[in-house]
Design a protein. Structure first.
Length: 274
């Protein structure tokens, strides 16, 4: 099965490169995580990152995260049009349309790159945005639509930066297929919806996370403490649990944990400087 999945992944990648002359993904490969993680709580999301090989992840709200690079790129996931009072215009926003809490029909026209996770009904969409410091791509997934299913109606977005592969599972409604897992490749860090209802049932989400074997899992879309604690009680059997006293995590490839770890971030909108 492993070789079938790996072969499928290589076939997907080879087809994409030959068709559009794309830069190859470094995530679709085998890799070992380095021991020990350092996570820092910056005084402000506006502070500089500690070094060029690190990435800051700030949990804004619901399924929205700000991903910041040392070179100054600002990316917001599942962008709803509101990230707080800070006068920040992101360089890139991604969106999914399962619910209105994951997208906006009217993104600020000043945003250079607006990546919607859906296309024409049933056709999906294909993103491969190379910003030099960061490569952003997606893997389409199906979503529930009324009493049926919209094929390829949402996306899992992958952000390749500083040697890391960071995945945002979006509003996931099904366990990915072997071909989809292969297309995702290695995910060092993954943001996962853990509500267990409007997205995947909790046992299936745990199955997905077990399959991904990511070093860092960040819960999102948990609605309240009861839902969050239910997820932590289940995943804590095989993962280390770290409760971060704030919304931010700074991570680098060389400092990934040697044991899979869940980092619980407390969401906070971006505030303007005092």
């Amino acid at each position: 099965m492993f070789w079938c999945v790996l072969t499928a992944g290589l076939a997907v990648l080879a087809g994409a490169v030959s068709a559009q002359e794309r830069r190859a993904s470094h995530c679709i490969a085998l890799a070992e995580a380095a021991p020990g993680i350092d996570y820092l709580h910056q005084a402000s999301w506006q502070d500089p990152l500690p070094d060029s090989a690190s990435v800051r992840i700030h949990y804004i709200d619901h399924a929205s995260f700000l991903i910041q690079t040392a070179g100054g790129l600002n990316v917001v996931t599942d962008f709803t049009g509101f990230i707080g009072t800070a006068p920040l215009i992101p360089d890139v926003v991604t969106m999914n349309h399962a619910h209105g809490t994951h997208w906006t029909e009217f993104p600020d026209p000043a945003i250079p790159h607006v990546l919607r996770g859906w296309g024409a009904f049933g056709e999906g969409i294909d993103h491969h945005l190379d910003l030099d410091e960061m490569l952003i791509r997606n893997v389409s997934t199906d979503i529930r639509s009324g009493s049926g299913v919209e094929p390829n109606g949402n996306s899992i977005f992958v952000f390749e930066v500083a040697g890391l592969c960071i995945g945002h599972l979006g509003h996931l409604h099904h366990v990915p297929t072997p071909a989809q897992f292969a297309a995702l490749g290695r995910l060092d860090v993954v943001m996962a919806a853990v509500d267990g209802g409007t997205t995947l049932p909790l046992p299936e989400m745990l199955e997905v996370l077990g399959r991904l074997r990511s070093s860092v899992v960040i819960p999102m879309h948990w609605f309240g403490e009861v839902t969050l604690e239910r997820f932590l009680s289940r995943i804590g059997e095989s993962y280390v649990i770290e409760r971060v006293k704030g919304p931010e995590l700074v991570v680098s490839l060389r400092s990934l944990p040697d044991r899979p770890t869940v980092y619980v971030l407390r969401p906070a909108f971006l505030a303007a400087a005092p």
